[in-house]
Design a protein around this ligand. Structure first.
Ligand code: SF4
Length: 211
């Protein structure tokens, strides 16, 4: 069962997201599963603006898994290099493309692939197909652990359950808004004075009581 603060946060976040969404090429609605996967694969450990510079070049050179399978690892490295981790990323993509004609049709088998974790798998299927899947990275964890400090669990499995429970049916816009909110407002140094959640955020309420 969701609390009043949880329901408020959900509604406020969706509304905030509609007005503040960051536009990136991989967020366009007509993107294929492969195209969204490529973006999420690169976004791990790499700022979005860096990925945005390489993404169109990569898709033009390698529009399908087949194109990756046919390319040499050096050709992949050449394109991926500006993102860093190019050898690791190129090697993993080659392994995936050599073993699969197409990506698996669900997040569980996708996260079995080399260098693909739960975050990439869930984000891929949520953003490409609208599947109601929780996304949990350091930014999302920071947001939830502040707003719902007393209720936020320690174990990752419980955090996923918490995140899943909070997610509305509109999972795609909600998860995009969550990522944007963590990047633009509830940053490491949070912008609490201009945040919609400051009336019920436990972190903010406690910090104002202390000061
Ligand atoms: S009030 Fe501050 S800490 Fe709380 S969610 Fe907003 S930005 Fe984050």
């Amino acid at each position: 069962m969701t609390s009043k603060a949880e329901r408020r946060f959900r509604a406020n976040l969706l509304e905030w997201g509609e007005e503040n969404r960051r536009e990136y090429p991989w967020r366009e609605l007509n993107r294929t599963l492969y195209e969204v996967f490529v973006a999420e694969f690169f976004l791990t450990q790499t700022p979005a603006d860096n990925v945005a510079a390489v993404y169109p070049v990569f898709l033009e050179r390698f529009p399908t898994l087949d194109a990756i399978a046919e390319a040499s690892e050096d050709e992949l490295v050449e394109v991926i290099e500006p993102l860093g981790f190019q050898n690791m990323r190129a090697g993993a993509l080659k392994q995936i493309a050599s073993a699969h004609d197409r990506l698996p049709t669900g997040p569980e088998p996708l996260m079995e692939l080399p260098r693909v974790g739960r975050y990439v798998a869930n984000a891929t299927f949520c953003f490409a197909r609208g599947d109601r899947l929780p996304i949990l990275d350091r930014n999302v964890e920071r947001v939830y652990s502040r707003v719902f400090r007393d209720a936020w669990p320690e174990a990752e499995a419980d955090q996923l359950t918490f995140t899943q429970r909070l997610m509305p049916d509109k999972a795609r816009p909600y998860n995009l808004a969550l990522l944007d909110f963590g990047a633009l407002v509830c940053q490491t140094e949070p912008l609490c004075e201009q945040c919609f959640a400051n009336e019920y955020c436990v972190y903010y309420q406690e910090s104002t009581r202390r000061s």
